[in-house]
Structures are given as C-alpha cells and as structure tokens.
Design a protein around this ligand. Sequence first.
Ligand code: T4K
Length: 393
Amino acid sequence: MEKRKILVTRPQLPPLNEFIPLLADIWESRWLTNNGKYHQEFEKALAHYLGVPYVCLFANGTLALMAALQCLRIKGEVITTPYSFVATTHSLKWNHIKPVFVDIEPDYCNLDPAKIEAAISPQTTAILPVHVYGNPCAVDQIQNLADIYGLKVIYDAAHAFGVRKNGSSIFNYGDLSIVSFHATKVFNTVEGGAIICHDLKTKKRIDYLKNFGIANETTVIGPGINAKMNELQAAYGLLQLKYFDTVIDARKYITDKYKKGLQSIAGIRFLDVADDIDYNYAYFPVFIDELQFGQSRDAVFEELKKHDIFARRYFYPLISEFPTYRSLPSAKGLHVAHEMSRQIICLPLYPDLPDEIVDLIISIIENMSEVSAAKISVNVLSDLNRNHDLHKK
Ligand code: T4K
C-alpha cells in the first residue's frame, strides 16, 4: 500500500451512515437549495451553538466577505492586513475598494491597533481586520478607533469558528463578521461560509444580496449575487455541529503535544492563547528564528517534505507582495509582517493526526536544531583554536 502523505490538514467528515438518511430525505423532497428546510435549521442551530443573534449562510467565505462589504455600502479606502489569505484583499478589489495595508503586531500576527490611526484618510470608510489562525484581534481598541472616526468594522473571522472572548462569541464584535466553512477549516461544510450580524434588518438585507437581490416574486432591490448554500451542505453542516466539541478536544490534544515537544528548542516560537479566550486550535503556527535555531524556516519546510510531511507557510508571501497589490503605497514597509511571513510554518493539525506522526515531526525539528548546535560548537572550537594559534605566534 502507498504510504499516506501527511498534509497540513485533513478534513473532518460526519459519519457517512448519519448523512445517508438526510440525503434520502433531500432526494425525496426534491428541495435542493434556495432557503430550504436544512438551510433554515442549520442557520438556527449555528446561531444557538455560537451564541450569536443572526447567521446568514453562504456558498463560501469569499462571497460572504464580498456581500458584507456590499451590505454596509463600503467604498473608498479600507484598512486591512497584508498577513492573510488573498481572499481578504480580493474581496475589496472586487468591490472597487482600495485596500490600505497596515502592519501587524508580533504576538498574534493580527492588525496592529497602534498603527491603524496613521493610515486613516478622508476616504477611509471601514477596517477589515482578520482574526489570524483564530486568535482574536485587539477588538476593543479597533472598535474605539472606529467609533472615533465613524468607520465600520468587518471582521474576516474565516479562521475563528467557535472562538470565544470572555465567554462570548468573537463573532459578536464589529458590525459584521464573516466565517469560512471551507474543507480545510476547523468546521467545514465542504465549501461554505456565513455572515454573522446583530439585527434582523441587516440579516434581511444580506439574505437579499446573496439571492440576486430578490425581495419577492416581483421585486429586486439591487444587484445581488448568487451566493447561497445548498441543502446538501446545510444537512452535512448540521451533523458537523454535533461533533464539533470533540473535534476541538482532539485538536487541543495535538497542539499541547506539539508545544510540549518543541518548547525547549531554541529559536522556535508558537503563539500563546490569551487568558480570556476559548480557542479553536484551528492551526498550529510555528515561527522559526533562523539565527537562534541555526537553520531557516524553508530548511525545515524542505526537511519535512523529505519525510512526506507537507506543512504550509500560511502566510507567505504577504498579500502586499502579489502583483495586484505591490504597487500600492501602503505595500511598503510592513516590517513585522515581512519578518513573521519569513519565519512562519504551519505544522499538520487535524483530529485524527496520529501521535507517532506528531512525535516524528518534533524529532525532525529537534534533530535539525541539534545539528545546527553541533555545527555552532565546531565553529566556536575552531575559532578558539585559531585564536590560540595566533597567540602562540
Ligand atoms: N479569509 C481568510 C483569512 C481565509 O483564510 C480564507 C480561506 C478566506 C477568507 C476565504 O474563505 P473561502 O472562500 O475559502 O471559504 C486554503 C483554503 O482553500 C482556503 O479556504 C483557506 N482560507 C486557506 C488558508 O487555505 P490553499 O490554497 O492552501 O488550499 P489547498 O487546496 O492547497 O489545501 C490546503 C491543504 O489541505 C492541502 O495540503 C491539501 C489539504 N486538503 C485540501 C482540500 C481542499 C485536503 O486534504 N482535502 C481537501 O478537500 O487554501
């Protein structure tokens, strides 16, 4: 049998035997999409599980982002982060909005609240921060700035499903939050996503927007798009929700194991979970300081590949380095983002990742660090000998 490659993630699926009766029901009903019964049930179940007022399901997170910007009629310039997946900035571009990049802070790689104010111009209408890896942004500071300058805040919370701050969903912050249910996410509906909003009026507007702008049989309120989730995905999502708590427990177990194994290696840093946060263990990002570790992040990436382990460099390159964005004035500088992007490697993390693979990954990194330490001591020794010889002369 061919040896299985270890990828950065492996989607969690609900038990097939539980999905089949739901499929049979959908087959029988011939109701496949357009706000069917599973769609309605899934929206309610998500709102209840997450503790949020309203959920609007979407076909994917990118369309949810694009619709969120349309919903709030965002125009002009929007402040955002270069350290994210391209969809964040692309959603602005598709809405003819100019992205203005602001650097990130090094603790969680989120937008640095201390650097936002200097980027606000008369054209700024909103802030689009990302809760990178599911770690919440400085939500209070961001809201404070938004209130002072009259800006909207839309959180790209693609990674943050299930994350809570002081016991409340992180989706309750800002004007809107969007989340992704893509196959690679901590909670998946194959493809999918949602906008979380705070009032029924906004929910109605979003629901029109994702269904061509149709309000009723004879009224189209504006140029909406088709961004609906279908019944198969909604039914699948309902099952996923049943198992989500066990998924989090399994992810936490692996994260703790990685941390224990890697914590004493010089030049390896991982992100701490803040005290007021219930985390979702969406990714296991590790930052490799080349000077201290003795080898580069890319050396670790390549070494893991030799063992059929495919980590990912989320987020390298920065969005601001792509051709579409690199000529923007705000693409210059961004020193922290560049440094983090140079150091980052996300190690494989998914619920059924075997213990022995985690041990193998730890030992590969450990060995690399020992090899570099040995090289350093050989160099130090030869330097000492050389100095000694010079003195003798
Ligand atoms: N905002 C942020 C901050 C985001 O991170 C994302 C998506 C979005 C917005 C947009 O949300 P969506 O429109 O996608 O709902 C992946 C995902 O495709 C993307 O959803 C995600 N962010 C991004 C961070 O990661 P790639 O290009 O790395 O995907 P890919 O195909 O290389 O897959 C990653 C790994 O997962 C591979 O090792 C293979 C494995 N995999 C993948 C799929 C699709 C599987 O094992 N099974 C699968 O079915 O972007």
